[in-house]
Design a protein around this ligand. Structure first.
Ligand code: CTP
Length: 407
C-alpha cells in the first residue's frame, strides 16, 4: 500500500521568528511542518530570543538556528544570501508589529529582514500582537503594503490575549499555519484548469412528498471540490440534495434528480478539463411520477422504474471529452468491478472503495480508496476524505495528458 506522501514534501521552509509571546507556539510549528515533510531552518530576531531559546528551535528543526547578521562562523557555513536562495517558502510566525513595520519599509537592519529582501520565495506572515496594536492605522497600512507586494497574511485570530485583552491579534495555531502552507504549496498544481465535480445523492420523485434516494452524504465530492479550488482550479460543484456547506471559492449548482444532474453537468462540460463523477446517481427513476400524493388505498402497489442516463458514460461518448474520473462503490470484489467500470465507461481514472465497512464509506469522514487507471493502480491508506481528495487530485494532475507536470 502506498503511503500518502506528506503534504509539505519538497518544501524548504525558512521560518522567521520575531519577538512575541506566541514565539513558544512556533516550536510546535517546526515540529508539525517537519512531520508534514518540510525541511525547516529557523531565523530568529534579537527580540525573539527573549521569549524562546534558540536551542529549542535547533533541536526541533535539526538545523543550526541563525539570528545575527554578523556571525562569521554561521556565515562561513551558510551565508545569508545562500540561506535566502535555499528557501522555497518563507513564513514569519509570529510576526510582531515591529517586524511588519521594518519589513513593509524594506529595511535590512537584521538577518531576518535581510534574508527576506534577498529571497524570491513566496512569503507568508502570521501576525501576533496586542489587539490595540493590531487595530492601529500604522499596522493596517503596513499590512496593506505587504499584501500589495504579494505577501500572504495568515490570521490573526480573535480571542483572549497574553496581556489580558480580548480581541484580534492572536497568532493562528501551528496546525492552522501548516494547513495554510499546504494549501499554498498545492496552489499551482491545478492552476488554469476547470474542474466539474458532481457530488451527493440524487432524489427521484415518486409524488410530491416521496422520493427514492440513497445514503450518499456528498462529503467525498465536496472534499474534492474544496481541494481542487485550493489547488488553483476553477471549480464547479454540481450537488445533489445535501445540507453540506459550499467550500470556499467553489461555484455550486444544486440539482435534485439524475436527469437534472446530467443537464447541469452537460451545460458545464464543454469548458471543462476534468470531470469527477463523485455523485451516487440513482440508476433508476419512477416511470411515471405522480403529480398528486399517492393515497394509501390498495394493499400492495407496484412501482415501475426506468433506467436513468449514465452521466459519465454520456460524457465519455463525446468527441471533445475532459479527463474523466469516476467512483466505484462496491460491497464485494471491489477492484475487479472497479476495473470493469473503468473500461466500460471509458474513464481515465477510477477511485474504488468498499462500502458497508464500519468507519468508512458514505456517512464517515474517513475513507479508504484504491485509484485505478489503464495500466496501474495505487492503494491509498485510510485517511480523511480531505486527504484522499488531495491525493486523488495529485494523480489527476500527474496523469493529465496535456500538462507538463514538471513546471
Ligand atoms: N454514474 C453516473 N451516472 C449514473 C450512474 C453512475 O455518472 N447514472 C457514475 C457515478 O458517479 C460513479 C460511477 O458512475 O462515478 C460508478 O457508479 P456506480 O453506482 O458505482 O456504478 P454503476 O455504473 O451505477 O453500476 P452498478 O450500480 O451496477 O454497480
Amino acid at each position: 500500500m502506498t503511503e500518502l506522501s506528506p503534504s509539505l514534501s519538497g518544501m524548504r521552509l525558512l521560518l522567521g521568528v520575531s519577538g512575541g509571546i506566541a514565539a513558544y507556539k512556533s516550536a510546535e510549528l517546526v515540529r508539525r511542518a517537519r512531520q508534514a515533510g518540510a525541511e525547516v531552518r529557523v531565523v530568529m530576531t534579537a527580540a525573539a530570543e527573549h521569549f524562546v531559546g534558540s536551542a529549542t528551535f535547533q533541536a526541533l528543526s535539526g538545523n543550526p538556528v541563525r539570528s545575527a547578521l554578523w556571525d562569521p562562523a554561521a556565515e562561513a557555513a551558510m551565508g545569508h544570501i545562500e540561506l535566502a536562495r535555499w528557501a522555497t517558502q518563507v513564513l514569519v510566525a509570529p510576526a510582531s508589529a515591529d517586524f511588519l513595520a521594518r519589513y513593509a519599509a524594506g529595511m535590512a537592519d537584521d538577518l531576518l529582514t535581510t534574508v527576506l529582501l534577498a529571497s524570491a520565495a513566496p512569503v507568508a506572515v502570521a501576525p501576533a500582537m496586542n489587539q490595540q496594536m493590531w487595530a492601529h492605522p500604522a499596522t493596517a497600512g503596513n499590512l496593506q503594503r505587504l499584501r500589495q507586494r504579494g505577501v500572504s497574511v495568515l490570521g490573526p485570530a480573535a480571542g483572549e490575549q497574553a496581556c489580558g485583552d480580548v480581541g484580534l491579534g492572536r497568532m493562528l495555531e501551528p496546525e492552522e499555519l501548516v494547513d495554510a502552507l499546504i494549501a499554498q504549496q498545492a496552489g499551482d498544481r491545478l492552476r488554469g484548469l476547470r474542474i466539474v465535480v458532481s457530488a451527493g445523492p440524487t432524489f427521484e420523485d415518486l409524488d410530491p412528498v416521496r422520493f427514492i434516494g440513497n445514503r450518499s452524504s456528498g462529503r467525498m465530492g465536496f472534499a474534492i471540490a474544496e481541494q481542487a479550488a485550493l489547488m488553483g482550479a476553477q471549480t464547479v460543484l454540481v450537488a445533489g440534495p445535501t445540507a453540506l456547506p459550499t467550500p470556499p471559492g467553489v461555484q455550486r449548482l444544486n440539482v435534485r434528480s439524475a436527469e437534472e444532474m446530467l443537464r447541469a453537468v452537460l451545460d458545464q462540460i464543454d469548458a471543462a478539463d476534468v470531470y469527477v463523477g463523485a455523485a451516487a446517481v440513482a440508476d433508476y427513476r419512477p416511470v411515471a411520477p405522480r403529480s398528486n400524493k399517492i393515497k394509501k388505498a390498495a394493499e400492495a402497489i407496484e412501482l415501475k422504474l426506468i433506467r436513468n442516463p449514465d452521466i459519465l458514460a454520456t460524457i465519455a461518448e463525446r468527441e471533445q471529452r475532459p479527463f474523466l474520473v469516476g467512483f466505484a462503490a462496491e460491497t464485494e470484489d471491489v477492484l475487479r468491478y472497479a476495473r470493469g467500470k473503468l473500461e466500460a465507461k471509458k474513464l481515465d481514472l477510477i477511485a474504488a472503495n468498499q462500502v458497508g465497512l464500519p468507519g468508512s464509506g458514505f456517512d464517515s469522514s474517513d475513507n479508504e480508496i484504491t485509484l485505478i487507471w489503464a495500466d496501474g493502480e495505487m492503494a491509498l491508506p485510510r485517511a480523511s476524505k480531505r486527504e484522499l481528495a488531495r491525493a486523488l487530485l495529485e494523480q489527476v494532475a500527474e496523469r493529465m495528458p496535456t500538462r507538463d507536470n514538471n513546471d
